[in-house]
Design a protein around this ligand. Sequence first.
Ligand SMILES: Cc1cc2nc3c(=O)[nH]c(=O)nc-3n(C[C@H](O)[C@H](O)[C@H](O)COP(=O)(O)OP(=O)(O)OC[C@H]3O[C@@H](n4cnc5c(N)ncnc54)[C@H](O)[C@@H]3O)c2cc1C
Length: 501
Amino acid sequence: MTTAIFWFTLDLRLRDLPGLAAAMRQYDQVVPVFILDQSDPWFFGGASQWWLDHSLEKLSADIAAQGGQLILRRGDTLPCLRQMILQTGAVAVHFSRAYEPWLAAKQQQVFHTLAAEGIACKRYGGRLLLEPELILNQQGKPFQVFTPYYKRCLKILDLPPDAPMPKPRWHNHKLPGERLQDWNLLPTKPNWATGFDAWEPGEAGAHKSLREAVTKRVASYSSLRDRPAIEGTSRLSPHLHFGEISPRDIWHSISHSRTLAAGAGEPFLRQLIWREFSFYLLHHWPGIPEYAFKPAFEHFPWTRNAKALKAWQKGQTGYPIVDAGMRELWHTGWMHNRVRMIVASFLTKHLQLHWREGAAWFWDTLVDADLANNTAGWQWVAGCGADAAPYFRIFNPVLQGRSSTRTAPMCAPGYRNWRGCQRNTSTNPGSRRALFWSRSEWNWVKPTLRPLWITNLRGKPPWQPTHRSSGRSITDIQIGLHGAAQADHMGLQGLHLTLNI
Ligand SMILES: Cc1cc2nc3c(=O)[nH]c(=O)nc-3n(C[C@H](O)[C@H](O)[C@H](O)COP(=O)(O)OP(=O)(O)OC[C@H]3O[C@@H](n4cnc5c(N)ncnc54)[C@H](O)[C@@H]3O)c2cc1C
């Protein structure tokens, strides 16, 4: 009886997983393991730990439903794997190839060490559509500009549909493992993740998001994807980051959809190639999480301003769209791409703070925090990345905010927070969701508030709201001038409205 170990990393799924499929085909039984190594240099941020906990719980349940047991281990990866090899008598270790430089280096070490000890170590693709070494320009060098890279990808992309997974052959003897709840990945005191409940981590949730994308988002994607007020994108990013769904599954579902017109999926699929491009850059330029892709930017005289950084992180800059985005990020673990660009531009170009400060905050607060995409996104906005927006392109946070919300004020990012807020009661309004509008925007926002029942007005607003009830259950609304301190140093006034429900 031959045994193989499948070492899960950022590929927490059972479908279309080449390394697992091969292990199931080649060996009599497979032991699935996930190892939490807290010494990793890019260990999961807070929001990602929340996701990881739920995702592992789902994966465990899925494996258990097939008669297996996901083994959880904590510690240095190599000793953990060695111990499991001894305990199970495994002759092989399979895993999916990583592109994050630190994880790729760890996989190399595992590969060489175990191979030298006679274990068949095998690395498989599956996280990307195309391996980065395959795409080179005519000089045999990596592309640095997206469009030619994209064209080349389309030319060579040949994606056979995934073969059905072989019948599961999980190792079914009890093995020592840790309990997920002992890892303390979920926040408790305080539990800042109450607003994350709308997410459904895990493979089933990923496929649900994909189905929704195919039926409701993809056809209108090119016209709606840049409008944060509208649910126009797929929200697949955390599922993709944790590998709960393969990019190949997404590609096939969209390009072979019977409901979509020919070519209708192209704008969406192009974004998947942007994701590939980020991984491509990280693979060929592994130093970019720390250093600017364009070396000249290493000498840029970034400002240090702890107060401004805090105001940005907390969503207290006074700029409505920036604050709505940053609060949405804190409360839901996600932010629309357009708003990510606006807040990143604000940090790097208005406040002139280092892009790494912003990337670090995103790393901690995004459920989809991804080394490749986060690095590329920040460098693109800051102007120091590959094929980046030029350094002089600055998102105007006032105009961007207005055009993002005017068309659908009730669904504006702040409103999305508000809708989520209805489920929760807050005793600490300052740290809860808030809606922000600048003074000039108030005139068009005001009518949308009419249906709300305002029972309690605090602060001294410069207007007298005359809203009347439509019987909704809102019990407390505060309206006040935005904090003087932020307004002063940002040089603007905004209206600050917090809902306690
Ligand atoms: C400053 C900044 C930081 C970012 N940090 C991250 C990050 O940590 N993790 C992350 O996954 N994305 C990041 N992005 C890219 C992008 O904002 C998100 O992928 C997107 O908003 C996710 O929402 P969605 O799944 O609804 O995307 P959709 O619009 O539905 O796109 C589908 C998929 O394509 C990929 N994609 C879409 N846009 C981009 C893009 N611009 N670059 C690369 N891939 C893209 C994502 O995997 C996404 O899930 C960042 C962008 C910026 C400007």
